[in-house]
Design a protein around this ligand. Structure first.
Ligand SMILES: [Zn+2]
Length: 185
């Protein structure tokens, strides 16, 4: 009886963890695509509708101009919608903003795909030249064997002799990163 009661409770816990992970993934994507400073804007707008940029700025204690900049950057990525309305008293236009939560999933997926693609391209190159990389001891250049041979293993920047570099660790790290990204949803 006790075990039967325990099982569903654990499932709820897991689901909550999954949601939390996805949420933090969204904020991480925002930080990467728009900038770290846009995270408070997203956190503040969450669950709200049609909030003026002045109210957002006041609430997160940031200047209205930089808040506007972030909002427009988010709008370019289709993450927010807004409408403008003339303020009768002040005589100028004010924009009212709402998050488009469904777009966050798309952006996260697109960013992850892009990252995966870059990492795979890098991995293919590293694998194709496994054990065939040469590097300047002062880190000016890193070249594949044929290119290094063409310049007689002399650094074109500083003239030092290029040294063989074992890239097996790099390959291993790239593989780990790729499989971590593939597991994420
Ligand atoms: Zn060099």
């Amino acid at each position: 009886m006790r075990q039967i009661l325990k099982a569903p409770r654990m499932q709820i816990g897991k689901r909550q963890i999954a949601t939390a992970v996805r949420k933090s993934g969204h904020l991480q994507t925002i930080a990467e695509v728009i900038g770290e400073e846009a995270v408070p804007v997203v956190q503040y707008l969450k669950g709200k509708k049609n909030i003026s940029e002045f109210k957002i700025a006041e609430s997160i204690k940031t200047e209205v101009n930089s808040v506007r900049k972030m909002l427009y950057a988010m709008q370019t990525n289709n993450l927010v919608s807004y409408y403008r309305k003339k303020d009768r008293q002040k005589g100028w236009y004010i924009s009212y903003w709402t998050l488009k939560p469904e777009s966050f999933d798309y952006l996260s997926i697109a960013t992850r795909k892009q990252k995966l693609q870059q990492l795979s391209e890098r991995l293919h190159k590293e694998e194709a030249y496994e054990g065939l990389f040469y590097i300047c001891p002062s880190l000016c250049v890193r070249l594949e064997f044929d290119k290094a041979a063409e310049i007689s293993f002399k650094c074109p920047e500083c003239g030092s002799t290029l040294q063989h570099q074992d890239n097996s660790k790099t390959i291993e790290q790239l593989r780990t990163k790729i499989s971590e990204l593939e597991v994420k949803k």
